[in-house]
Design a binder for this molecule. Sequence first.
Ligand SMILES: [Zn+2]
Ligand SMILES: [Zn+2]
Length: 455
Amino acid sequence: MTRIRGVVLAWLQVQVTGLVLLGVLAVPALSAAADDADRDGAAVDAWVKDALPGLVDTYRFLHQNPELSLEEENTAAFAAETLRKAGYEVSERIGGFGVIGVLENGDGPTLLIRGDMDALPVSEATGLAYASQAKTKRPDGSQVGVMHACGHDVHVTNLVGTAQMLAALRGDWRGTLVILAQPAEELGKGARMMIEDGLFDRIPLPDHAIALHVEGNLPAGWIGYVSGWAAANVDSVDITIHGRGGHGARPHSSIDPVVTAAYLVTQLQTIVSRRVNPIDPAVVTVGSIHGGSKHNVIPDQVDLQLTVRSYSDEVRSLLLDSIRQLTESTCLAFRCPQPPDITIKDEYTPAMYNDPALSAKGAAVFEAFLGEERVVAMPAAMGGEDFGRYHRAKGFPAFMFRLGTVEAGAYEAARKQGEPLPSLHSSRYAPDPEPTLETGLRATGRLALSLLGRP
Ligand SMILES: [Zn+2]
Ligand SMILES: [Zn+2]
């Protein structure tokens, strides 16, 4: 017993001595890290101060010249040219108009920074002097404007600006930087197209991936972030219910697909409420339902379009299996003359997971220069973002943060009046360029330097 106590005491002594030693060693190590962060911050701020006016011009130019998903030719060429001039090895037309820039700068971690380039078919109504005049044709032949209503012009400007900054500051870091300008995010396809076109054969495997997205509900100069699940699996499902059309006055001699569809819509709402665990987020929305042409005609078919959202793979399977089962059995119950057509689009957008450790590191880096009150943890949401596809493909930690964009006065006025601000994808969404870009560049530059190696 005494011997055991002696051994335990000796062990404790070693541990305590070790802790004291560790403490002595850790203090200088911590302050060295703080010194590095201060030095990085000062270098980033000085670069941003000089470059900001030029980058605001770049932003206005991109805003005025938006290109739709899969048509990002000029935006991609601009990104490629800027990267090449800054010393990157550039590959173009990867998965459509995707651009990859690689800057090797000695031994160290590989960091991937991604920005997306595509605009939306929205007629701009901001009234800005640099509003987009671009137009496109809808499938029915009518005209609609093209607008950077999701702020991807901010993303491209931030991406090329950060790339230039880190090339200029290459004496301050070691490792490999991968800059990725992605097409077709709004279709949920661009990341997949780039991966299928050999993205990961062309670059070293990233140790980390970061990106930002503009936020329409946060003032410029603020940053928001979600730790953990931050965007949902997004599936699209098309359903056609087949009936047997006829005269509206003779329902008994028809099989009415409108009534079948009406039942199905309400049945589908029982999936989330009755089949999914209440603490697992899930959405089943029937966004489109079309059938018939006239009051007194029972149509032959009704078409439905659904968006289906989840975080986990298990819930995703449960939702899709349940939709199939309920649709088939409802059609059977209503004596449909043939089984329904159910198409689950295979180009789904996988959920995005913000690595909690990387999110915490990002938040600490941002708080160090913005102050704690301007860096806000945001609630998770069920939007879609195909940035998640990269880390899902290879398993490295990733982090996308939200960049505040709203002009301070407009934000305050909206808050006081309880009025909602124009959301992303709205024709009136207008970021405040200078403070938005300044904060984005300072945040991305500092976070990048904190993830790359030291010389
Ligand atoms: Zn969008
Ligand atoms: Zn977007």
